[in-house]
Design a protein around this ligand. Sequence first.
Ligand code: ADP
Ligand code: MG
Length: 251
Amino acid sequence: MLELKNVSKKFDDNEVLKNINLDIENGEIIALLGPSGCGKTTLLNMILGLTEVTEGEIYYNGKPVHNVPMKKRGFNIVFQDYCLFPHLNARENILYGLKNTQKNTDTKEITDLIELLDLRPHLDKKIHELSGGQKQRVSIARTIVMEPKVLLMDEPLSALDGMIKERIKDMIIKVAKSLSLTTIIVTHDPEEALTMADKIVVIEEGRIAQYDSPDMIIKQPANHFVKKFILNQLEIKRHNIYALFGEQHGA
Ligand SMILES: Nc1ncnc2c1ncn2[C@@H]1O[C@H](COP(=O)(O)OP(=O)(O)O)[C@@H](O)[C@H]1O
Ligand SMILES: [Mg+2]
C-alpha cells in the first residue's frame, strides 16, 4: 500500500498542496483529477521523489519513502512529452534503462510487453519516424521494463486524440492490470479518469475534494466543485460533439 500522511508542499510562501491524506492499495489504478494548476503534477513528483515534501510522510508497504532518493524509491514515471532519446531507435529507447543493470533484456516479460503494446513492427524505427501514439507506447514500455513498484503517468493521453487516444487508454489499462501494477495517472479530463481509474482523487486548489470510485463521484459528488468540474468538462465535450455532428445526433 502507498500511504500519504498529511503531505503539504510550499514553493516559497505559496502552499500548493495542503494536508494530503491518501491510501492507495497495491494493483489499483488511481487518477489524480483536477483543473490546471491545482497541484496534480506536484503531487505526482513528490510521490516519485523528484520534488521534496515540505511536510508530511509517504509510506510504501509500511516503510517511509519520503526521504528516500528518487532512484532508490523504485517508482517510475511516463512524462507528458515522452522524453525519448532522438538518436536511439525504439528498441534502444525501451532497453536504455536496463543498460547498466545485470538484468536480461531478452526475457518473456519484455517480449510480452512489446506484444501487448503492439510495438514489434516499430522496434527498428528512429524516434522521428514514429507517430505520437507510437512514441507514447515506446515511452510506456521503457518505463515498465524497469519493473517499477508504482507506475506514475503525467497526462499520458493529452497529446493524443480520437481513436489513438482510446487505443492507448485501453493498452494502459491492460498492461497495468495484467502486471498488477499500482498506477497513478494525472489528468485534467474527467472522462479519462472515469473510464480508466478504479478510484479518483479530485483535487480542488491543493486539497482533496473527494476520493472515491468513478461510480460514487458521479452519483454522490462530495461538493459543488466536484459536481461542476465533472459536469462542465463533460458538457464542453458534448458541445464539441454537437458542433461536429449537429444537435439531432446528440440527444
Ligand atoms: N517548481 C515550482 N516552483 C514554483 N511554483 C511551482 C513549481 N511547480 C509548480 N508550481 C506551482 O504550483 C501550482 C501547482 O502546479 P502543478 O502541480 O504543475 O499543477 P497541475 O499539474 O495540476 O496543473 C501552480 O500554481 C504552479 O505555478
Ligand atoms: Mg500538470
